[in-house]
Design a protein around this ligand. Sequence first.
Ligand SMILES: C[S@@+](CC[C@H](N)C(=O)[O-])C[C@H]1O[C@@H](n2cnc3c(N)ncnc32)[C@H](O)[C@@H]1O
Length: 242
Amino acid sequence: MRHVLARGLRAVARRLLPPPRRDLRAQIVHADARASTFFQAIEYVNFEAVEGDILECGVFGGLSLSLLAHGATFDPKGMTRRIVGVDTFTGLPPSEESHARWEAGDCASIHGWHPLHKPGTPVTADLTRALFAECRLEPPVLYEGRFDAVFPRIVPDPHRAIALLHVDCDLYESTRDVLEGVAPALQDGTLILFDDWFHYKGHPGRGEARAFHEFLAAHPEWQAVHWRSYATFCNAFILVRR
Ligand SMILES: C[S@@+](CC[C@H](N)C(=O)[O-])C[C@H]1O[C@@H](n2cnc3c(N)ncnc32)[C@H](O)[C@@H]1O
């Protein structure tokens, strides 16, 4: 009788409680070839005691931001960092450079694998907040808007320092606006991860690579030291103050 009662209570509890999501983080790590680099990037800025926040420019459905937050959770050096994301959440703006696959408006709705949402679901900041909640991660700091409009409002106050910058906005113009926008918060040792470095068939005068080369030419106080290339299209640099 006791067993029957216990089974009944468990069945009721299963219906009332949200389904367990303990394996969600593991699924996201498993699905993303960038995960180990994100974790090691955080280990790097922690070990080198580079001050500041972890900032992602180009959040989309929140998967990479959740990985960065996941990595930060296991900080062995105990540095406290905010997890910050900036996006219009309306997809790619137009660009003067054409790419073989991208079009203005891409990324306005979910495409590809997402653990919570079907392809075609409109992207909003709340999707990322929900993903963090399901992953049992602290809520991220999210800013909604174009980079050139958002950064003058948030840098250097409240974001005075950036330790790790994940640039995942695909386009030359967007990357240019990110780099100029975050310039006052860059640190000696800031690690910059470019998600789309080798797109445009690796052309150094297009896309994110073009924007970074122009930024370095305009800011001779910064030298870029190559850290690593990773996954399919990505490349990373450490900023060193001359
Ligand atoms: C490829 S998605 C980001 C993917 C995400 N980091 C991930 O790995 O799951 C690119 C994002 O950049 C955003 N974006 C591009 N240019 C932007 C701009 N100028 N201002 C704000 N957001 C922009 C788009 O809205 C889009 O969500």
